[in-house]
Design a protein around this ligand. Structure first.
Ligand SMILES: [Zn+2]
Length: 685
């Protein structure tokens, strides 16, 4: 052999996966497994965990068995492997008996490089018999935290894995992989799986491509719609705390003509499946869901995750928000925070039904822990410091004080001067003897007498009554809250607003007051047309071949295509995430699209052919007639015939088969320009 295994691993990474370098942690784990060592990989979701066992599986002789608890993920992984030209299959309870038997037979014959199995299968005699006939160099345990009773996802069937491993004729190498592992869980994985001196890689939880923001909107619906308008062509998830909210938000978005669908545990399984698929296949770009959605969903091109309600803990928040940007592209994680969320969450924690398996003391402890976690979540939502720093600090990771990629480091707001308004509000508080709360002050400023009328208030005598009657209620409310937030007003224990030294400076010493006003984000339109055309092509292929769009190409690969503009298959295969197999299979269509929308500079400069003056008959009609004759004489005999439905259908089919514009022009006897504009009209490019 002229190449060692590690070089081969890198070669496989490039050829099969189309990546040029390992991400942090991957190399150690791949090389560990290839050298015959057990490994433990703790890596956040989206950091390329599966690649760590798939590459060794391709290089080691025999069939690697991957134990995975998530049926949908298993299916996606196998589809993705097949798209890379790798023989892979899965065995789980979702299959009918015939297919199961056929797959098991093929597996026993050694037809697959990678075989995914559900943990429940490990104990069945048929499966064990099959495995004894196979050559199994490596067993990879995905979602390894399921073996720990500390974790929320504990699965008793995982405890049977060591028994299964011991039943094999030869002990395979063991690899354990997880995205969530506190020290307790990590210890459980090592002990329960009986890993021998494992190579361990724990990569950071920071996801630099995610931008974190917290908005405190007066009107969540309005803010949400504004955020979605800015992201109309992107795919994203909106998390709500209740089924009722999911229904309401989804209906509202549909009314606003957003391509939205919904997911929660109250829907029929059939509808859940269909909605989930609509989202995966990009038929619907916006998913409105409760936290029931997302486990086992492998969709890489999620560009934003918006939390309409605040979750109960930062663990839940980071896990859900982390579903954005798994392709490595920039993505937004936005929390819409309202103080009401804290009250609701607290109420829910205090009123959960007692778990009959726990003693009252244990029950109390669980509640205490939940309240503690809620407290940290609230700190995050109201933090003035770097949000990324707050998050990573919570997960025990050190990070700089400022990240320049969160709404506290780079405010998404501009500061507006509200000194005049602040003076009016503060005088109103003074003139009403600091006896009232926010609600009353807002009413008085707007010239609305609250009912019942506050004691001792006479609109005729109160000079500040109605001073802000041309402002919206929410605007006045926002200003009063800003004054409280910035310390110009202090609420007492009954929420009555009191003046202080700072407010006196505003009233008497000319101190200026500013407040933050949210700004809309700028949209990047460079290469947008090609990007959208590539998205449509991906959608067409995914519908035809019945695979999830993001398993074909991630958004990040499409963005790279728009940036690099490859002109031939060799350059195409070199694009990150492409690989030879896909370049050969879909290359013609992609290259054609690039030629059409982003022609090379030389072609771009080419001017349309001019008719020489001597051949040009006089008058406009004459010039056109001559041009028409010329086009027809050149072979485009159908150039001036209207397009029929049949011809459109034929054109669509031929284009999807990979025919070039030149070929299509010859077949249809029309000019290449006419073909191009028809393809555009049919939304094929
Ligand atoms: Zn920051």
């Amino acid at each position: 052999m002229d190449m060692n295994l590690n070089d081969k691993a890198l070669e496989t990474l490039t050829k099969v996966y189309g990546h040029h370098a390992f991400r942090p942690g991957q190399r150690e784990l791949v090389e560990g497994l290839l050298s015959g060592r057990d490994v433990l990989g703790v890596m956040p979701t989206g950091s390329g965990k599966s690649l760590c066992y798939q590459i060794p599986a391709l290089l080691l002789p025999g069939t690697t068995v991957v134990i995975s608890p998530l049926i949908s993920l298993m299916k996606d992984q196998v589809t993705a492997l097949k798209l890379r030209g790798i023989d892979a299959a899965f065995l789980n309870s979702s299959m009918d008996l015939d297919l199961y038997r056929e797959t098991a037979f093929q597996a026993a014959c050694g037809s697959y490089k990678i075989l995914y199995v559900a943990p429940e299968k490990l104990q069945t005699p048929g499966f064990q018999e099959m495995c004894r006939q196979m050559d199994i160099p490596l067993v990879a345990v995905d979602e390894a935290h399921c073996i720990s009773q500390w974790g929320q996802d504990f699965r008793p069937s995982y405890l049977k894995i060591p028994e299964f491993v011991a039943s094999l004729p030869k002990r395979p190498i063991l690899g354990a992989f997880t995205a969530t592992a506190t020290p307790n869980v990590r210890k459980d994985i090592l002990e329960n799986l009986k890993l021998i001196n494992p190579e361990t890689a724990i990569t950071g939880f920071d996801r630099p491509n995610l931008s974190f923001s917290v908005y405190s909107p007066d009107d969540r619906d309005e803010t949400l719609i504004g955020l979605l308008r800015d992201r109309f062509h992107q795919s994203g998830i909106i998390y709500c705390s209740t089924r009722k909210n999911v229904e309401a938000i989804c209906a509202m978005l549909e009314k606003e003509e957003f391509p939205a669908t919904r997911y929660h545990a109250g829907l029929e399984p059939e509808e859940r499946r269909r909605n989930q698929e609509d989202f995966l296949f990009d038929r619907k770009r916006v998913m409105v869901a409760t936290n029931a959605f997302g486990m086992g969903i492998d969709k890489s091109n999620v560009s934003y995750v918006i939390h309409y309600n605040m979750p109960k803990s930062l663990e839940a928040y980071y896990q859900e928000a982390g579903r954005a940007g798994r392709d490595g592209c920039d993505a937004d994680c936005i929390l819409l925070y309202k103080p009401q969320d804290v009250i609701t969450a607290r109420w829910l924690i205090e009123h959960t039904d007692p778990n009959p398996d726990l003693t009252p003391e244990e029950q109390n402890q669980v509640r205490e822990n939940d309240l503690e976690r809620l407290k940290w979540m609230t700190f995050y939502a109201t933090s003035r410091k770097c949000l990324r720093h707050d998050l990573l600090h919570y997960f025990g990771e050190k990070s700089p004080d400022s990240c320049e990629n969160c709404s506290n480091c780079v405010p998404i707001c501009e500061h507006v001067d509200i000194t005049k308004e602040a003076q009016m509000i503060l005088s109103c508080v003074a003139r009403t003897e600091q006896r009232f709360n926010e609600e009353v002050i807002v009413s008085l400023m707007r010239g609305v007498l609250p009912y019942p009328p506050p004691e001792g208030i006479s609109p005729a005598e109160l000079t500040t009554f109605g001073l802000m009657d041309d402002y919206e209620e929410s605007a006045v409310q926002g200003m009063v809250r800003a004054l409280v937030d910035q310390g110009y007003l202090t609420p007492d224990e009954k929420s009555c607003l009191k003046l202080n030294d700072l407010s006196r400076e505003v009233l008497f010493s000319g101190r200026r007051v500013a407040m933050r006003k949210e700004l809309k984000k700028r949209e990047d339109t460079a290469g947008e047309e090609l990007f959208q055309a590539l998205q449509r092509l991906r959608y067409n292929i995914s519908a035809r071949e019945y695979v999830a769009a993001s398993a074909l190409f991630s958004d990040s690969t499409l963005r790279d295509l728009c940036r690099i503009l490859p002109r031939n298959k060799k350059d195409l295969a070199a694009v990150d995430g492409m690989g030879l197999f896909k370049a050969n299979r879909y290359g013609d269509q992609i290259l054609q699209l690039i030629r059409l929308i982003a022609p090379p500079p030389k072609e771009e400069k080419k001017k349309p052919e001019k008719i020489k003056p001597e051949n040009r008959p006089s008058g406009e009609r004459g010039a056109f007639a001559a041009y028409k004759d010329k086009v027809i004489a050149k072979g485009s005999t159908e150039a001036y015939q209207p397009w029929t439905k049949e011809e459109d259908q034929r054109l669509t089919r031929e284009f999807e088969e990979g025919k070039t514009v030149k070929e299509l022009s010859e077949i249809h006897k029309r000019t290449q320009g006419a073909i191009r504009s028809r393809l555009k009209k049919l939304e094929l490019v």
